[in-house]
Design a protein around this ligand. Sequence first.
Ligand code: VGL
Length: 186
Amino acid sequence: MNALLIVDLQKDFLPGGALATPEGDKVVAPINEMQDEFDLVVASKDWHPPDKVQHFQKWPPHCIQNTEGAEFPDNLNRENIAFVFKKGTGKDDDGYSSFEAVNRDLEAYLKEKGVTKVFIAGLTTEYCVRFTTLDALRRNFDTYVIEDAIEGVRQEEGDEEKAKKEMAEAGAQLIRAEEIPNILGH
Ligand code: VGL
């Protein structure tokens, strides 16, 4: 079994949002198109309480529970999303990795369904995509990062490249969306 994991594709991370990636809106169309390829589609959301402590000293307040900024973009196809894993819900955690979700255990969920291959798309390359990918590898999933379906927050020049290199060196396969059918044997 294979799964697509859509990481933190939320309005606050899109251009105009509270913690915008400059080109985050570019990933929505490819993510819509690729969903049919997978046995399972799941998503994660950054889901912070308003009184979050340390994380909101590092970052402008974003993805606050039950606010518009925490919603998926209106043009994202949500029909196939089997479950939304919410993380960053504590007062003190950064909650960068989707595997930190507290409403359901992502690793157990995927393993119960027999998923061995995890394909990662979404936002942001340097933080939640990176931490989620490294955690997927630690949990022994065959882990693919879809390069044309992720975008960086680009705080510093070179951060995105550094993040991609770190993911590749840890064992992730960096692929392009057009390679997915081939990898899945379709
Ligand atoms: C993220 C920065 C701060 C992310 C979350 O979703 O990648 N980045 N919080």
